[in-house]
Ligand binder design. Structure first.
Ligand code: GTP
Ligand code: MG
Length: 198
């Protein structure tokens, strides 16, 4: 899959103001700092298309990036960020949940988890919530460069085994990625391309 064009279109905090074209879109969600924005830059091979930071809480809005003029990647704020006020947390969550329940163009959500961590309650809860709302999703393991090659598969297997203890009918598809190394890029783009062709 060749990415010819990748352009920022709009940032906003209301689903109603998202682009109204009927193009397929893919959204990145997960804990703050897990690497959502970095992954968008890695996939598009644009260094600073999406804004990244070493400090959690960088992405604050729904950000639409138009790819090859016919589909969108969507960067979202992270969840589980303790430093925002209670009130901010609420509005934060409201427009994120609205996005997932109302956005008809959303084809698949990618839930990012740090490959070094065992399943966190907040991620399990979020995946369960997506399931309840019938939002298709995949898991993306991030920061695989932080583990030795031999440890990668072990961590993934352990994670999926933990997930299976939940009441999943079928295990979600998953991808192992590293934004700093470009790992998982071909697989993820091929997956998106496969859905877009259907
Ligand atoms: P919020 O917008 O705050 O929710 O965070 P985010 O999920 O968009 O994370 P972001 O892409 O801003 O990255 C957070 C930090 O993790 C930055 O310091 C990145 O450089 C680092 N990071 C992201 N992906 C990788 C990766 O694959 N490997 C390594 N080693 N670091 C990464
Ligand atoms: Mg971000």
């Amino acid at each position: 899959v060749h990415i010819k064009t990748a352009n920022f279109v709009i940032s906003n905090s209301e689903v109603a103001k998202c682009p109204n074209e009927l193009l397929p879109e893919y959204a990145f969600i997960g804990r703050s700092n897990v690497g959502k924005s970095s992954l968008i830059n890695m996939l598009t091979e644009r260094k600073s298309l999406a804004k990244t930071s070493g400090r959690p809480g960088k992405t604050q809005l729904i950000n639409h990036f138009k790819i090859n003029e016919n589909w969108f990647l969507v960067d979202l704020p992270g969840y589980g960020y303790a430093r925002v006020s209670k009130k901010d947390k609420k509005t934060f969550q409201k427009y994120i949940t609205d996005y997932f329940t109302q956005r008809e163009q959303l084809v698949c959500a990618f839930v990012l988890v740090d490959i070094r961590h065992s399943p966190q309650q907040i991620d399990m809860d979020f995946m369960e919530w997506l399931g309840e709302h019938q939002v298709p999703f995949c898991i993306i393991f991030t920061k695989a460069d932080k583990l030795k090659p031999g440890a990668i598969q072990r961590h993934v297997t352990e994670y999926l085994q933990e997930l299976e203890k939940g009441a999943w009918e079928e295990a979600p598809a998953y991808f192992v990625t590293s934004s700093s190394k470009g790992m998982g890029r071909d697989e993820l783009l091929a997956y998106i391309d496969g859905i877009n062709l259907d």
